[in-house]
Design a protein around this ligand. Structure first.
Ligand SMILES: N[C@@H](CCC(=O)N[C@@H](CS)C(=O)NCC(=O)O)C(=O)O
Length: 210
């Protein structure tokens, strides 16, 4: 498989973690977001939205949208399972996944921040307030729910799709200097997951385009 990725893309980071957890080898194809390569005609044939990640399967089929890719990997690829077998627990893991991928990440994506700056006249302080606001709302809720479900990871001691999505979001929060003191549960899960080889190898700094 080929993963079209950018080292600092948290959506691509999710897929890198899942591929590593499942022990699936892949070719890393860097797409330089700063140079706008994601909007080139060549790349739009891989992902018409002009976003990373895109996953090219062995037979040449292309998949876009990180959560769809994660679900596909879960349905078709080898263990470890990244969703629990119990339907109620699966729904809870997906709920945490959605709180990150639907309610935090899209509001703080670089294209949104660029729009606020260029089209609506937001300055650096406005952008920082905007960014922190959505992370804090999301992380406060996740912090409370982890108190009921966490072990070493978000749900018990084994990584699930919740960890696969949370850890890149925490990376972004540190990068954008969001205060993290109020989230001890999140910090604990983050520290544990980052000690696992699959997460370490997926980290932005470990990518060839870093
Ligand atoms: N919902 C999408 C989000 C993908 C996304 O927003 N990717 C960002 C990087 S994290 C991107 O490619 N941005 C480039 C741009 O907006 O031009 C997914 O989960 O795959």
């Amino acid at each position: 498989m080929k993963l079209y990725s950018y080292y600092r893309s948290s959506a691509a980071y999710r897929v890198r973690i899942a591929l590593n957890l499942k022990g699936l080898p892949y070719e890393y194809v860097p797409v330089n977001l700063l140079l706008g390569e994601q909007k080139s005609d060549a790349y739009l044939t891989h992902n018409p939205q002009g976003l990373v990640p895109a996953l090219e399967l062995e037979q040449g089929e292309l998949l876009a949208q990180s959560v769809a890719i994660l679900e596909w990997l879960e349905e078709t690829c080898p263990p470890p399972a990244l969703l629990p077998s119990d339907p109620l627990q699966r729904a809870r893991v997906r709920s945490l996944v959605n709180s990150i991928t639907c309610d935090i990440h899209p509001l703080n994506n670089i294209s949104i921040l660029n729009y606020l700056r260029a089209e609506l006249g937001a300055g650096d302080d406005d952008i920082q307030r905007w960014y922190c606001q959505w992370v804090e709302r999301g992380f406060s809720a996740i912090e409370r729910s982890l108190a009921l479900t966490m072990g070493d990871c978000c749900f018990g001691d084994q990584p699930t799709l919740a960890d696969v999505c949370l850890i890149p979001q925490v990376y972004n929060a540190y990068r954008f200097k969001v205060p993290m003191e109020n989230y001890p549960n999140i910090r604990q899960v983050n520290q544990h997951c980052n000690s696992l080889a699959a997460f370490e190898r997926a980290a932005p700094e470990a990518q060839p385009d870093a």
